[in-house]
Write a protein that binds this ligand. Structure first.
Ligand code: KG4
Ligand code: ZN
Length: 350
């Protein structure tokens, strides 16, 4: 079985072809970093235009590289939410058009489900497992019981972790995208020179918060005035440590909660762009070992936004006999666990 997957929910335009034996036949990703760099963040209108400019070519390229033609696809899957509506419309409309022309089923994929199931594509992981998704747009802990069966244990009540990295990089004038820049600066910094808050650490539940930490960095930078390179490195190191400790604390609580009543091996899947952070990986590995969990990290290309995870999620749905009508409308907001309590706070997107 072969599925063509399309991803356009944020600032990556991506297309891929995946086979049901977990082979990725083609995986083409075009990042829009250059388009958004002047603004220090993703500009929705620019993103939508860039998707429109490049998607057709990327789909053709993915098919070419896969060695298969459209007629050989069993379905076309496209991210239909959550995300920036302009980009979603480009991907969904393109996916539907291709499906209609080729006479194939269309599968509307939840982007978060793409991340949630990516460890099954990379590692063939069995259900259930715990997922920590830490990216520029999302920060949540989910129990993945099966396809379409998710329980959210915690999510951010304000900013996503990656957003905080990007904002802090901007404050420290380290460039865009912020995460890798902060990590790089932190390598020559002393994390103990400044003490920053560990948001939510020790609090009940598994929710995250980063806006207070971001604000603490803002005040610290203002206090420093003309910061030297060493000052910047020290602030970056202190911030990175605060995020890692805070995320590990939340993940630790989720692991303990998930492990209750669990028979069989306990796995923590870590996905999303922020999962690239070495200190976070290290801190999480320590916490997981404490809790008796094995960390599963899909390769970086599958952790960040890509078309292969969308094709795979579509394939999993197709194997269960599911597909969607061509009237399926893109959804800017689309929680994986609609039963989870609605979070409130500035900037809540979950
Ligand atoms: O998953 P992703 O590629 O896109 C979505 O947001 O969906 O994640 C991008 C985020 C950005 O905020 C970026 O700054 C962050 O991941 N990031 C990192 C690192 N590499 C990327 N954050 C911390 N450390 C890194 N090494
Ligand atoms: Zn994502």
């Amino acid at each position: 079985m072969l599925v063509l997957g399309i991803e356009t929910s944020c600032d990556e335009t991506a297309a891929a072809v995946v086979r049901d034996d977990r082979t990725i036949l083609a995986d083409v990703v075009l990042s829009q970093l250059d388009e958004h760099r002047p603004y220090g963040g993703v500009v929705p209108e620019i993103a939508a235009r860039a998707h429109l400019d490049h998607l057709d070519r990327l789909v053709a390229e993915a098919l070419r590289r896969s060695g298969a033609c459209l007629a050989e696809m069993d379905a076309v899957a496209a991210t239909a939410g959550p995300g920036l509506i302009g980009g979603l419309l480009v991907g969904v409309t393109t996916g539907k058009a291709i499906a209609a022309v080729a006479g194939k089923p269309f599968v509307a994929v939840n982007h978060l489900e793409g991340h949630a199931l990516s460890a099954r594509l990379s590692h063939g992981l069995d259900f259930p497992y715990l997922l920590l998704l830490v990216s520029g747009g999302h920060c949540q802990l989910l129990v993945v019981d099966g396809v379409g069966r998710y329980r959210r244990l915690g999510a951010t009540i304000d900013d996503a972790a990656g957003e905080a990295f990007d904002k802090v990089a901007k404050m420290l004038e380290l460039g865009y995208p912020g995460g890798p820049a902060v990590q790089h600066a932190a390598e020559s910094g002393d994390p103990s020179r400044f003490h920053l808050p560990r948001p939510m650490k020790g609090k009940p539940g598994c929710d995250f918060s980063f806006s207070g930490l971001k604000n603490a960095v803002r005040l610290l930078v203002a206090e420093l005035g003309q910061a030297t390179n060493q000052d910047r490195a020290d602030v970056a190191a202190a911030f990175q440590l605060a995020v890692a400790e805070s995320v590990a604390d939340r993940a630790g609580r989720a692991m303990r909660e998930f492990a209750l009543g669990l028979r069989g091996p306990a796995h923590l899947v870590v996905a999303g762009g922020v999962a690239a952070n070495s200190l976070l990986r290290q801190t999480l590995a320590g916490k997981a070992a404490e809790c008796g969990f094995t960390v599963v990290a899909p390769p970086l290309g599958l952790c960040t936004d890509n078309g292969a995870m969308i094709a795979w999620a579509g394939l999993e749905r197709l194997c269960l006999g599911q597909s969607d009508g061509l009237d399926f409308a893109a959804r800017p907001r689309w929680p994986l666990d609609p039963g989870a309590k609605r979070l409130r706070g500035a900037g809540v997107k979950a």
